[in-house]
Design a protein around this ligand. Structure first.
Ligand SMILES: [Zn+2]
Length: 348
């Protein structure tokens, strides 16, 4: 079969080439790939910044935002041939740490977890892949290709659960929410926030492309420029850029008792003075800065439900470009106005 693979930590090593069929040891469920979403993590792995091949191997199959069709349900009692499925990305560490021991691998404390397409397990950018039945999430068939948005949706499902849980530390009635960064994660955050009784605002660097209309069509308000010029102090901020200066400004601008959930990983912008100002603002306002990464099975299940109940037409506008696997290099280029690029392996 064909697969998109990289030699981790080696820039320019990505290729679309013949690769052995997935081994039965990777799980009894055999799946035909339909599409795989591309995100910043994939771009960084291709650039050689990080990534780990399976033990004893030199190459890693890329891709963690999957959608596939079951060819053989293997030992699964609930899956059948033809079902649409998405593969869970993370696996618990083998020790396991207390979090992994109770199935909360998203909170893994020793860092020995593994991740498909990122850390020591092959990903989903291959014509066929396998998974253990318990790590396959069935997708509502009416979602079709939009099922590829499930993995990004799990990230937001967990992040908003964290915000909700932190909010319960005191009487809490949030009125305004800000999402920084209108990429796929930010837009899915806005989609979910708009189902609550909140005034939702989304801020992005660019006001070109499909983002402003996507935000407006949710009933939310689109902004460009600095968070400091918003003119209000949000009760909730979901930070999706990872840019130091945006994070610093967001913490400064957060309302009293506010919660900021950081989901973006990036760099730069914040000098020592700015960080000190940020910390002071957080202390004086009793704010919580909560970090959130990955998702556990509860989040995957809820995300599937949330996606199934979302507006199909709006969701379809998040996918702005489809590429064939042989054009993977084009798909893995950074293009700021793209919302979500997917690599499509087979028709749905
Ligand atoms: Zn763990």
């Amino acid at each position: 079969m064909k697969a998109i693979t990289v030699e981790p930590k080696k820039n320019g090593s990505a290729r679309y080439d013949d690769f052995p069929e997935p081994d039965v040891s990777e799980g009894s469920v055999l799946v035909e790939a339909i599409a795989v979403g591309v995100c910043g993590t994939d771009v960084e792995i291709v650039e050689g910044k990080y990534g780990w091949a399976p033990p004893g191997k030199t190459r890693l199959v890329l891709g963690h935002e999957s959608l596939g069709r079951v060819i053989d349900p293997g030992s699964s009692k609930s899956l059948k041939k033809g079902d649409l499925v998405v593969g869970i990305v993370r696996r618990p560490d083998p020790v396991p740490c207390p979090s992994c021991a109770v199935g909360e691998w998203d909170m893994c404390s020793n860092g020995l977890y593994t991740e498909r397409g990122i850390k020591e397990i092959h990903g989903f950018m291959s014509e066929r892949w396998r998974t253990e039945p318990e790590y396959a999430i069935k997708v509502d068939p009416s979602l079709g290709i939009l099922g590829v948005l499930l993995e990004p949706m799990t990230v937001i499902t967990k992040a908003l659960e964290q915000v909700q849980m932190v909010g319960q530390r005191a009487y809490w009635e949030p009125k305004t929410a800000l999402v920084t960064g209108a990429g796929p994660i930010g837009l899915l955050a806005a989609l979910r926030l708009c189902t609550r009784e909140l005034q939702v605002h989304v801020l992005d660097r660019f006001d070109s492309g499909p983002k402003p209309a996507l935000v407006r069509d949710l009933g939310a308000t689109f902004h460009t420029g600095s968070v400091l010029d918003l003119g209000f102090n949000p009760d909730v901020i979901v930070e999706c850029t990872g840019v130091g200066s945006v994070i610093a400004d967001s913490i400064q601008q957060l309302g009293s008792g506010g919660i900021i959930c950081l989901t973006g990983i990036g760099a730069g912008g914040a000098t020592g003075r700015v960080v000190a100002d940020m910390a002071s603002a957080a202390v004086l306002k009793n704010n919580v800065i909560v970090g959130s990464v990955n998702a556990n099975k509860r989040h995957w299940y809820r995300a599937g439900e949330n996606l199934a109940h979302s507006d199909r037409e709006w969701l379809s506008r998040l996918i702005t470009r489809r590429e064939k696997p042989e054009n993977f290099k084009h798909a893995l280029e950074r293009e700021p106005d793209d919302v979500k690029v997917i690599i499509q392996f087979s028709e749905i």
